[in-house]
Design a binder for this molecule. Structure first.
Ligand code: ITT
Length: 198
């Protein structure tokens, strides 16, 4: 089976991506590959950070790999936390610190529109490709549910009454930004196999 290293240290992402890719490709996490590295995310866009992550691992391994950078973009906060989603409340903070800060900043705001955006950066045979997935919805003003990770307890996707954290993984996959970006990745990979020159 074709092997792809997934350049992430976020185990929740690994589980979601593996559930989406199934056994079409062998997805190997950094942990499974024995790579212990903190990948820098120094840029101001998801696109650049995703590229930084995949290039870092490609330079280290010289193997086909992909990464993804995801942000929650909130309309009433001018797109924040966006690219800073993992570090919204500061460096080395927990998911709940970030979530608390989001709810405080949204307190009293009636415009609750938000979207998750995932950018996947693939390096296949030394060439880079990007795929984007967006899920629109809204941020509610209190946490509901215990599944998922990150901002899932406060995000309700359009077309549902449940937060992502109230959904099973299969339900979240039906709506999610990550699912949409991964579907494009899979379509591309199925057309362009390992030995392709694309
Ligand atoms: P890697 O860089 O190692 O992949 P990370 O957790 O730092 O892992 P990001 O830089 O993409 O990942 O940070 C995005 C943050 O946004 C993440 O830490 C979560 O808090 C949040 N997030 C990402 N995807 C999410 C999802 O599907 N549901 C809820 N929150 C999510």
């Amino acid at each position: 089976m074709e092997k792809l290293i997934f350049a992430t240290n976020n185990q929740n992402k690994v589980e979601e991506i593996k559930s989406l890719i199934g056994d079409l490709f062998e997805v190997v996490s950094l942990k499974e590959a024995g790579i212990d590295i903190e990948i820098p995310e120094p840029h101001n866009t998801l696109e650049e950070n995703a590229t930084e992550k995949s290039r870092t691992i490609y330079q280290l391994t010289n193997q086909n790999c992909f990464s993804e950078d995801t942000g929650l973009e909130v309309a009433a906060l001018n797109g924040e936390p966006g690219v800073k989603s993992a570090r919204y409340a500061g460096e080395a903070v927990s998911f709940s610190n970030n979530l608390d800060k989001l709810l405080i900043n949204l307190k009293g705001k009636t415009d609750r529109r938000a979207q998750f955006k995932t950018v996947i950066s693939l390096i296949l045979n030394g060439k880079e490709h990007q795929f984007t997935g967006i899920c629109q919805g809204r941020v509610i003003d209190f946490e509901r549910g215990t599944n998922g990770f990150g901002y899932d307890p406060v995000f309700v996707p359009d077309g549902s009454d449940k937060t992502f954290a109230e959904m099973t993984l299969e339900e979240k996959n039906f709506f999610s930004h990550r699912k949409k970006a991964t579907a494009q990745l899979l379509a591309f990979l199925s057309l362009n196999g390992k030995n392709s020159s694309i």
